[in-house]
Ligand binder design. Structure first.
Ligand code: NAD
Length: 565
């Protein structure tokens, strides 16, 4: 039977600590909240008052309940006031010396059975535990920002944490209304380990000038349905914190993809730490503000469409192929028609030339823009190149090969553009417009202008495997499979962590089952083949499941009902 804790403490009332104190008080616990001096304590109290005040003004909290919550928190500058606490969470800055000093002080002040919890994101809980004389009572309680809103708490047990302590903290997390997942002590735990590899990769993409920060952020929000783009999220988290977390992950994993990108290092050195400094990847109206102000990198609206060729009619060549490609194109055709563009739709069996195509081939030949779907066969572009009128733009919507290959095959390389409709399922959320090495900027602008006309958000993406969305999404999915393979956590816990800790619309295993494990494996093989980066090699478990026919939802079995969970 778990102990019912009622007297708790929080040390450090910054971004996280103040939120954690509020969470405890909301659940009816009596809280002692400690910071270094009066100014810091006042800031902490201000955080709680503002946060609960916001809940009242939004009608989510009764004013009387707000007063009761605030009155349950005793603010103080003296650690000695924690002498009665049954559990204390420390949320002081992420420095091992500082945390060790706070934990040893707590060890002296609190009774021997008091549980000492750390909210560390990246330090070893085990290492912190042995700085006290009670390592068995030390545990990680990792809340997410903002603590009153995000539902996840990662409960981190070390090899020495007593089982009864784990039980007590799990019961407490449930009482707080949180989703608790219990895991071992590994850098990044679940959520950060999966999140930060992806964030680092997004920074590298911007740093290598594959895509602009705005396009990377828009592509991930729209194409992957994430609540924020990766660069805006890094600005929110703080570049110093991100640097610290990645550094720890790299030291533990030796995976190059976790080594903090040089751009993150430079931003930290320059003091451009994100929102809290008023500037990071973006520039903000003022410190702590989410409002972005225009700066040198902010693109001028409509610039991507400058130099576009006129489009009076559209042709669609749909080669019988993957259903997802056909579905997405089917969604685009009515959009074009309702934008006043006549559409000539031609169907083809794989391997056939124009003589074997069915439908208005003459309309296709006279179209200003021809969209090709369902095939990665450059021969189709060779056939189209000889058929369409001068100046027509050919857009490849499949993403299995680089645009430059289709361009070279077409005999009119300047006219070939990639138009990848990104995102799982058939919904059209964002178009990745790809100019290959030989593409004329006017041809790419034509595709941008077309997207604007059919009201499809578009970003400029590189002619690289996976463009933006798949290149960032699939390595994250692969990392989740590796985490499962290492038996660090179950598929359900990993899914729960990403949904309730990071606000993702679905967890990685639910998404893999939806997309199809075979489709994921094919994308991952492509990404790996391009750069031969060991960290991108498909997880063996994914290969095995595909071989065994566990292809996901459409096969009736995937991660969710396979023995892998
Ligand atoms: P913060 O800098 O906003 O707040 C730290 C607070 O600790 C400050 O108020 C500071 O005055 C106080 N403090 C410093 N030394 C102290 C001492 N000796 N005794 C008492 N108080 C002291 O930091 P934060 O972002 O809230 O992070 C705190 C912890 O939470 C870190 O371990 C961090 O890794 C972790 N965390 C942060 C986030 C996030 O998004 N910021 C999310 C999850 C976990």
């Amino acid at each position: 039977m778990a102990r019912e804790l009622s007297e708790v403490g929080v040390v450090g009332l910054g971004t996280m600590g103040a939120g954690i104190a509020e969470v405890f008080a909301r659940a009816g616990l009596s809280v002692t909240a400690v910071d270094v001096d009066d100014a810091a304590v006042q800031r902490g109290r201000g955080h709680v008052e503002k946060s609960t005040g916001r809940a009242v003004s939004r009608g989510r909290l009764d004013p009387a309940d707000r007063d009761a919550i605030v009155s349950r928190i005793r603010f103080t500058t003296s650690m000695d006031d924690l002498a009665q606490a049954e559990l204390v969470v420390e949320a002081v800055p992420e420095r091992v010396d500082l945390k060790a000093a706070v934990l040893s002080a707590l060890d002296r002040i609190c009774p021997p059975d008091t549980i000492l919890a750390t909210n560390t994101s990246s330090l070893s809980v085990t290492e912190l535990s042995v700085t006290t004389g009670r390592p068995g009572k030390v545990i990680g309680m990792h809340f997410f920002n903002p603590a009153p809103v995000m539902k996840l708490v990662e409960v981190v047990r070390t090899v020495g944490t007593e089982p009864a302590v784990v039980e007590d903290v799990e019961a407490l997390a449930a009482r707080l209304g949180k989703v608790g997942v219990t895991i071992g002590d590994r850098a990044g735990f679940i959520a950060n380990a999966l999140l930060f590899g992806y964030l680092n990769h997004a920074v590298a993409m911007v740093e290598d000038r594959y895509a602009s920060r705005e396009d990377v952020d828009a592509a991930m929000r729209l194409g992957a349905g994430l609540p924020m783009g990766p660069l805006a999220l890094l600005d929110l988290i703080g570049l110093d914190t991100a640097h610290q977390i990645l550094g720890t992950m790299y030291r533990q994993s030796r995976n190059r993809l976790h080594a903090p990108s040089p751009l993150i290092e430079q931003l930290v050195t320059a003091g451009l730490l994100g929102r809290k400094a008023g500037r990071g990847f973006y520039t903000y109206a003022d410190r702590h503000s989410a409002e972005v102000v225009a700066d040198a990198q902010t693109p001028v609206a409509g610039a991507a469409a400058a130099g576009a060729r006129p489009v009076r009619s559209v042709g669609v060549l749909a080669v019988a192929g993957p259903k997802a490609d056909a579905d997405r194109l089917d969604a685009l055709v009515p959009a074009a028609a309702s934008a006043g563009l006549p559409v000539a739709r031609v169907l083809a069996e794989p391997g056939t030339g124009p003589e074997g195509w069915t439908g208005p081939v003459a309309g296709l030949a006279n179209a200003d823009l021809v969209l090709v779907a369902g095939t990665d066969d450059p021969a189709v572009f060779a056939a189209l190149g000889g058929l369409v009128q001068d100046g027509a733009v050919l857009a490849a919507t499949s993403s299995g090969r680089p645009v430059v290959e289709h361009a070279a095959a077409s005999g009119r390389p300047a006219d070939v553009v990639g138009l990848h409709l990104a995102g799982p399922g058939s919904a059209l959320r964002v178009a990745e417009v790809v100019a290959g090495l030989l593409t004329d900027p006017g041809a790419a602008a034509t595709v941008h202008a077309f997207c604007a006309r059919v009201e499809l958000p578009a970003v400029t993406a590189p002619d690289r495997a996976g463009r933006i969305v798949d290149a960032l999404l699939f390595p994250y999915l692969n990392d989740a499979v590796r985490m499962l393979e290492a038996r660090y956590a179950t598929a359900d816990d990993i899914d729960a962590a990403m949904v309730s800790g990071c606000g993702y619309p679905m967890g990685p295993f639910e998404l893999l089952d939806l997309v199809g494990l075979d489709v994921a494996l094919a994308v991952e093989r492509q990404l790996y083949a391009e750069v031969r980066e060991p960290g991108l090699a498909p997880a063996p478990l994914l290969e095995h499941l595909v071989t065994a026919g566990h292809l996901g939802r459409r096969a009736g079995r995937g991660f969710r009902d396979s023995r892998a969970r």
